[in-house]
Ligand binder design. Structure first.
Ligand code: NDP
Length: 282
């Protein structure tokens, strides 16, 4: 039986429509939500992401401030600009597009974002709050994954969940959010033994590896919910995820496509967080 496709496009449109209503409401109360995005250097993929974020803001009625800084911007100069944005009451969310040029210490820069404007959910304060279950800004990609499971009617409670990947922005927080929803969670990574066997036991499988077709059909339990976070190019240069989609879709219960899946929800969740940051100032 073919899997249900969890359509990121439709879902993201629904989330953004809700944000748009919230933004209107915020404006009626005298606050215009505003997201500042800093892009350092001229990495083409980052430029595409930043343009996408500005478009989403426009769609949601959020004011967007995109600042492009040259690749040779010093860390000090970047920190000075961040301090100005941090002090600016008209700016509610601050996002520094990653990756940064090699001469800049990413962690130091992230720490300079005040937690109440950290709409990416990357600062140690927000990460810590998430770990202990306090209200915080959730990182957008894992939050988007959870929305997709909810939309598919998959309740993680009591289920066996396997996350492949342990990065700070995807794998680890995805595992934490699944745990918070009472899944029994296993995190796999490059040193995991018997990875295929572990994955094949998963009721919920989240792939955040960064390798095309890494998850093959034998690694999928019949009826499993498969969330494909990967954004890769296949041998023909075509965009694809970490999962061998065509084969997996014959065996899974539900599955997210790439493109048209988690990526769109990640963008929508940034809008949710930005609206929340603005609401918190009301
Ligand atoms: P990272 O490179 O930071 O992490 C990849 C993880 O995969 C690591 O934990 C690594 O293990 C693990 N891994 C790599 N190779 C293997 C292997 N052979 N077997 C088992 N585990 C392996 O990537 P990100 O987490 O940042 O991103 C993952 C993917 O998701 C990428 O394709 C990225 O483009 C995409 N992405 C998509 C987003 C979206 O909006 N849809 C947002 C962010 C990322 P180890 O730790 O041991 O090295």
């Amino acid at each position: 039986m073919a899997a249900r496709i969890i359509d990121g496009k439709t879902l993201a449109a629904q989330v953004k429509a809700r944000v748009r209503d919230g933004v209107e409401d915020c404006k009626r109360q005298g606050v215009e939500p505003c997201l500042a995005v800093l892009l350092v250097g001229d990495d083409p993929a980052s430029a595409v992401y930043v343009r996408g974020k500005a478009r989403d803001c426009e769609e949601c009625g959020i004011r967007s401030l995109v600042e492009r800084l040259p690749a040779d911007t010093t860390q000090e100069a970047l920190l000075v600009r961040l301090a100005q944005l941090a002090a600016d009451d008209s700016v509610h969310g601050i996002l520094v597009q990653l990756p940064l040029p090699a001469h800049i210490d990413e962690r130091a820069v992230i720490k300079a974002i005040p937690p109440e404007k950290d709409v990416d959910g990357f600062t140690p304060v927000n990460v810590g709050r998430m770990m202990i279950g306090e209200t915080c800004f959730l990182p957008c990609t894992p939050a988007g994954c959870m929305e997709m499971l909810d939309a598919a009617g998959v309740d993680p409670a009591g289920k066996r969940a396997v996350v492949i990947g342990r990065s700070n922005i995807v794998g680890k927080p995805a595992a934490m959010l699944l745990l918070a929803r009472n899944a029994t969670v296993t995190i796999c990574h490059s040193r995991t033994k018997n990875l295929a066997k572990i994955c094949a036991e998963a009721d919920i499988l989240v792939a955040a590896v960064g390798r095309p077709k890494f998850v093959t059909v034998d690694m999928i339990k019949p009826g499993a919910a498969v969330i494909d976070v990967g954004i890769n190019r296949d041998e023909n240069g075509k965009l694809c995820g970490d999962v061998d989609f065509a084969a997996a879709a014959e065996k899974a219960g539900c599955i997210t496509p790439v493109p048209g899946g988690v990526g769109l929800m990640t963008r929508a969740m940034l809008m949710v967080n930005t609206l929340q940051a603005a609401r918190n100032t009301l």
